[in-house]
Write a protein that binds this ligand. Structure first.
Ligand SMILES: Cc1cc2nc3c(=O)[nH]c(=O)nc-3n(C[C@H](O)[C@H](O)[C@H](O)COP(=O)(O)OP(=O)(O)OC[C@H]3O[C@@H](n4cnc5c(N)ncnc54)[C@H](O)[C@@H]3O)c2cc1C
Length: 410
């Protein structure tokens, strides 16, 4: 009997981890990993941190060494754009015109940066950061620029601002909201990051809307704001969020709503097709709703569950969402899932002004999310607090003298 073929579309962290998990669970059929990029699967967090700043080597960003794929009989095909899925015939088509049959299909197509749509946005020197090439272009631009403007003060914008400012480039961040990260962290905690950047000389323009990229001889020369002011720039980096790459799924008639809809086993509305990573909007059993998570840890861990599902095993993904960032000398980890209107209180344990603390977001006395800043080895405990769903004593939560793990056993 012919060996079954499992096809993975998207050769990045989630795709590479899925191939690894299939082999790890004993699948000995064909594994074909298709990706449109030229590079072997790599990790993206260093692209806005160590590798961008020039203190991490290129070889260190790859998920597996180049020989790993052949060693594990994974057919890695780079530079291969998948253009269509035929669910009836169970085939995928590539831009090169090849038709490839699958028994099971995994979508790991990730997300793409949202584009700025203002006059001048297509000038030379307006850059985005998603892939290795983007990172190398920005790194090179920092070396020959004296002024950079970041449009967007989200995680990536702020990390790039930190890298630019550490590279000695005069750095301005233009953010439409009143605080960078205001939506995710709220008014009490978000200023920690604003202050951090100001202390490092970054010019934060808050509540500011970029309405035009001005240019000279086809090259970006500045960013005009809605109030008419102009900020000069040699390079403009846009970080205004990312959208999931759902075109294939939409065209194939799969259920899509801000991501490819999958159940807790990570199967789509078509049982032979699963989805993972940034592109997947997965039912989270603990939260009781679908969430799409653009986090490294999600792309790292979901593939193991999807691989089991593809192999007919019972599995579900219920990890607490987890995220990290490094900016200057601040390192932080965030676990949980909450947003404006979903929590009613923020409790801080430790030294907020000194940037060495844990913040907890609570609703009805229960911890929904927690963030440790320059405090280490506590994130697992924070996740246990979230997972338990038990009400916690606010006083105890705020008291750094009471060990956090004692609160989880109550
Ligand atoms: C600069 C940067 C810094 C980050 N830093 C952090 C961090 O500090 N902490 C954190 O938790 N997360 C971070 N993230 C997020 C994290 O990197 C992502 O969550 C993770 O990369 C998602 O992996 P993925 O495999 O699902 O998708 P992606 O990494 O987006 O990969 C999808 C791949 O599929 C390919 N593809 C798409 N469509 C097709 C097609 N039709 N045919 C073939 N190939 C296709 C894409 O080209 C891409 O290679 C960062 C992201 C970026 C961009």
């Amino acid at each position: 009997m012919a060996q079954p073929t499992y096809v993975i579309v998207g050769a990045s962290l989630a795709g590479a981890k899925a191939a690894e998990a299939l082999r790890g669970h004993g699948f000995d059929g064909r594994v074909v990993l298709l990706g449109d990029e030229a590079e072997s699967p790599y990790e993206r967090p260093p692209l806005s941190k160590g590798y961008l700043m020039g203190n991490q080597e290129r070889e260190k960003v790859f998920v597996h060494p180049a020989h790993w794929y052949a060693d594990h009989e994974v057919e890695l095909r780079l530079g291969t754009l998948v253009t269509g899925i035929d669910r009836d015939r169970k085939t995928v088509t590539t831009a090169g015109g090849e038709r490839l049959g699958y028994d099971k299909l995994l979508l790991a197509t990730g997300a793409s940066p949202r584009r700025l749509s203002v006059p001048g946005a297509d000038l030379d020197g307006v850059l985005y950061l998603r892939d290795l090439e983007d990172c190398e272009r920005i790194r090179e631009a920092f070396q020959r620029s004296s002024r950079v403007v970041l449009v967007g003060g989200g995680w990536i914008g702020l990390e790039v601002a930190a890298a630019a400012s550490e590279a000695g480039v005069a750095t301005t961040v233009v953010e439409a909201a009143q605080q960078p990260l205001g939506r995710v962290l709220g008014p009490q905690i978000a200023p920690v990051f604003a202050d951090l950047h100001r202390e490092h000389g970054v010019d934060l323009r808050l509540g500011a809307q970029a309405v035009e990229i001005t240019g000279e001889k086809g090259k970006a020369s500045g960013v005009r704001l809605a109030d008419g002011s102009l900020i000069g720039a040699d390079v403009v980096v846009v970080g205004i969020g990312a959208d999931p790459n759902t075109d294939l799924a939409v065209d194939a008639g799969l259920r899509v709503a801000d991501g490819v809809f999958v159940d807790a086993a990570l199967a789509t509305s078509e049982p032979d097709i699963c989805a993972v990573g940034d592109v997947a909007s997965a039912l989270h059993p603990l939260l009781g709703k679908h969430i799409r998570v653009e986090h490294w840890a999600n792309a790292l861990h979901q593939p193991d569950v999807a691989a089991q599902t593809m192999l007919g095993k019972q599995a579900r993904y219920d990890r607490i969402p987890y995220f990290f960032t490094d900016q200057y000398d601040l390192g932080m980890e965030y676990a949980g899932h909450t947003g404006p209107g979903e929590y009613d209180e923020v409790v801080v344990r430790g030294d907020l002004a000194g940037r060495e603390f844990i913040a907890f977001w609570l609703a009805d006395g229960r911890v929904l999310a927690g963030m440790n800043v320059n405090v280490w080895d506590v994130n697992d405990t924070i996740q246990q607090l979230i997972r338990s769903g038990h009400p916690v004593d606010r006083g105890a939560l705020a008291d750094p003298n009471l060990p956090l793990d004692q609160l989880t056993t109550e």
